[in-house]
Design a protein around this ligand. Structure first.
Ligand code: LLP
Length: 431
């Protein structure tokens, strides 16, 4: 199977996290998002242990909560003792509502409004990751007004192209994120930060992209960042104590993707990074990573009910389900591959080429094209695997379709973590 939390039981039904997917669908309705809590915890522990082992005890992961945001996931992050990265007040607010200590939060974003800055400072966000000089000045001004100081990392563009899909490349020079080294803007922003009274500059951040399978681009980025740290030390006397290398490690969505051993990749990364630091002649700063996808993607599965199966002679067959781009926009946006199962007859011969499509009034509402599955009939359940990251967090109410219910599964027990959105929920703010 694609991941070890997916299997088939004696009734030929798909199981996820040890539970019969069809029974859960019957009990809770569809579309249904299943989340394997034990898998999230395991993924976190792998990162935590590997980072402590290879980078030192003060090195740790932050959960990039843009990948999956609801209160339950912050409770897990809190219990597992990791930090988190937020890009909005909404994410910070959700984390705080779950009891997450915001001193362990890193506040990102390329456009923090004055209100965002005020919220972050007031609610004790541990570290601001400042994107540009405008933001730096606005933050300093606010800090002066409230008579506070703030720990800051500066977001730097290392100028790396990690060969992933274009929409998720973020570390190149021509990017809306960060300040490039190549143009001198990174140095200028650093000098500005050092000159401001209320800013405690502690280090630098970069994030090169997402869904990257190889450790090489991370090592290349780290090399550039370490050289930048050495250069800044020489020019200004400032020594960075933190280097945040962002997130981005890939996840296996389909059989043809590699099954990454994250501990091994972190080990390989660390070996080269430590060696480079030595060659460059700087002490290794505290290394922070910000995984999102690789902590939660394989802990998710979305279950739908089949409504119709339509074969167009000479063309193709469409299997329509009761969800689609509102709960999973990733095929429409990135043509992302997914593995699809007929959860009701997972053992039957896969002999039916088709496309799995949603219920929206839009031709691009496709969950996956050109799949081959056991021919489904109306009322059977379809399951899409590895939907834990960037599905629920990117979900919308397009066509006024309510967002799915989320079930957290742990040790063979399920509990509702997010109730199904209702029609009343969707008109709540309308006057
Ligand atoms: N840190 C920063 C600053 C980021 O911008 C991101 C992702 C991460 C960490 C986490 O990266 P991850 O480990 O999840 O790859 N919506 C797209 C992905 C956008 C990623 C944006 N930034 C998708 O569905 O593939």
């Amino acid at each position: 199977m694609l991941h070890k939390n997916i299997s088939i039981n004696k009734d030929g039904h798909l199981t996820f996290a040890g539970m019969d997917v069809t029974l859960l669908a019957e009990k809770y309705g569809t579309p249904l998002m299943l989340l394997d809590e034990d898998r999230i915890r395991e993924n976190i522990r792998v990162y935590k242990a590997a980072m402590a082992e290879h980078f030192g005890a003060d090195s740790f992961p932050l959960f990039a909560s843009k990948a999956l945001c609801f209160k339950g996931v912050y409770r897990i992050a809190k219990e597992e003792g990791i930090g988190m990265d937020a890009v909005s007040v909404g994410e910070l607010y959700t984390a705080e509502a779950a009891g997450f200590d915001l001193s362990k939060a890193y506040f990102h974003g390329n456009n923090k409004t004055d209100e965002d800055i005020a919220f972050g400072v007031k609610h004790g966000v541990g570290t601001f990751v400042v994107d540009n000089e405008d933001e730096l000045l606005a933050l300093d001004k606010h800090l002066a007004a409230v008579n506070k100081r703030q720990k800051v990392l500066l977001r730097i563009s290392p100028g790396i192209d990690p060969h992933t899909f274009k929409a998720v490349v973020t570390g190149s020079v021509d990017s809306k994120f960060g300040s490039p080294i190549q143009t001198g803007q990174a140095e200028a922003m650093t000098r500005l930060a050092l000159s401001l009274d209320n800013i405690d500059l502690v280090g630098f951040h970069c994030h090169i992209g997402s869904q990257i399978f190889d450790h090489e681009p991370f090592v290349d980025a780290a090399d550039i960042m370490l050289r930048f740290i050495a250069y800044i030390r020489e020019k200004t006397g400032f020594t960075a104590s933190v280097l945040n290398l962002g997130g981005g490690l890939g996840v296996r969505y389909v059989d043809s993707h590699p099954d990454i051993d994250y501990a091994e990749v972190i080990g390989e990364m660390a070996m080269v990074i430590k060696q480079r630091a030595q060659e460059i002649g700087i002490e290794l700063p505290r290394i922070v990573l910000e995984p999102g996808r690789s902590l939660v993607a394989d802990a998710g599965m979305t279950v739908y009910t089949v409504g119709s199966v339509k074969s167009i002679p000479g063309y193709k067959s469409y299997v329509s389900v009761d969800g689609g781009m509102p709960d999973n926009p990733r095929y429409a946006l990135y043509e992302s591959p997914y593995t699809v199962y007929n959860a009701s007859r997972a053992n039957a011969a896969a002999d039916f080429p088709c496309s799995l499509v949603g219920r929206c009034c839009e031709s691009g509402d496709i969950i996956q094209e050109n799949i081959v599955i056991p021919r489904p009939v109306r009322g059977e359940y379809m399951a899409v695997a590895v939907t834990g990251a960037y599905n629920y967090s990117m979900a919308s109410n397009y066509n006024r379709i309510p967002r799915p219910l989320i079930l957290l599964i742990s040790a063979g027990q399920e509990k509702v973590a997010v109730r199904r959105e209702s029609n009343e929920d969707m008109i709540r703010n309308e006057v």
